[in-house]
Design a protein around this ligand. Structure first.
Ligand code: AMP
Ligand code: MG
Length: 281
């Protein structure tokens, strides 16, 4: 089955995250067995992004959300690693600055969306405003609960304007998170990533799962779908995300623009230049 269908949240569908196995890895035994497909996807992604860039007609926005250590950074490295940096943008959303906090919650988000021909990845996103903000009661319920509609309207405006939106929740288990925290603690190249908030947020795990379930039910639309990606296995996560991007981008049937010059005439000029170059050799 196509991954873009298998992992997509149907609009309005009630998701129970506890029923979705984060350790799922389909029929692939292990990373080695999936390697060929992963590499093929990366090659396809590179070619598809090149088409989008050359076409210069539309853009792609990828939103990544996950619990801490859920694999957002790794996914970005994997997906963007396949693309030409020209035409790519990664945007991380942290605790809002004073200026950002003085505006409506979508203000900083809208201007971070790339223009035609580009691929933008959001490392966290406007969804934090119905996740961390809700869990920690940073605003009243009446405020955050109105935001699902605001988000859907905002995304509708974007998709109507030629921005394709794909949203991924990287689903890991609480045990896998602890395992990754241990890795961070023991690996000097990963220790810089440790933050106090990792452990604080972990205590709110169940509240986050509830908040994510509401996001998935309220904000997965045909034009801007959510996908729940089983992510305990990093290699399967990479396979699934890249596969969905490939399936989705291939369906767009993007074409290279027709040359704006007269190729016959330019061909003649080329041959003259070639002759000239010979003569002066
Ligand atoms: P990290 O992605 O690990 O660098 O952490 C970024 C932090 O910013 C996370 O703890 C997020 O929950 C927090 N954050 C992102 N967006 C918002 C927001 N709109 N309001 C409050 N906190 C946020
Ligand atoms: Mg963090």
């Amino acid at each position: 089955m196509r991954y873009s269908k298998r992992f997509r949240v149907r609009p309005g569908h009630k998701v129970k995250l506890a029923d979705i196995d984060p350790g799922f890895h389909s029929t692939h035994e292990d990373e080695a067995a999936a390697k060929g497909e992963i590499v093929t996807n990366q090659e396809k992604l590179r070619a598809l992004q090149y088409r989008m860039y050359s076409e210069n007609k539309r853009s792609l926005l990828i939103c990544l959300q996950a619990m801490d250590a859920g694999g957002k950074d790794g996914t970005i490295q994997h997906v963007m690693g396949a693309m030409n940096p020209q035409g790519c943008l990664v945007q991380a959303f942290k605790t809002p600055s004073a200026e950002e906090a003085a505006h409506d919650f979508l203000w900083r988000v809208h201007k971070a969306v790339g223009g035609k021909g580009t691929v933008t990845v959001f490392n966290r996103s406007h969804y934090e405003d119905v996740l961390v903000v809700r869990v920690h009661k940073l605003v009243r319920k009446g405020v955050w609960s109105g935001r699902y509609d605001h988000i859907n309207d905002f995304e509708k405006e974007l998709t109507d304007s030629g921005t394709h939106i794909l949203k991924f929740f990287l689903h890991i288990s609480k045990e896998e998170q602890l395992f990754r925290f241990k890795e961070r603690l023991n690996d000097p190249t990963k220790q810089w990533k440790i933050s106090e908030s990792d452990y604080l947020e972990r205590e709110f795990w169940d509240d986050y799962m509830k908040a994510y379930e509401d996001v998935l039910r309220e904000c997965s639309t045909d034009a801007a779908p959510w996908f729940v990606i089983p992510s305990n296995h990093k290699w399967f996560r990479n396979l699934a995300v890249s596969q969905i991007l490939v399936e989705y981008l291939e369906a767009l049937k993007m074409e290279f623009p027709k040359p704006t010059v007269d190729l016959k005439q330019i061909g003649r000029r080329y041959h003259r230049a070639e002759k000239d170059a010979h003569r002066h050799r």
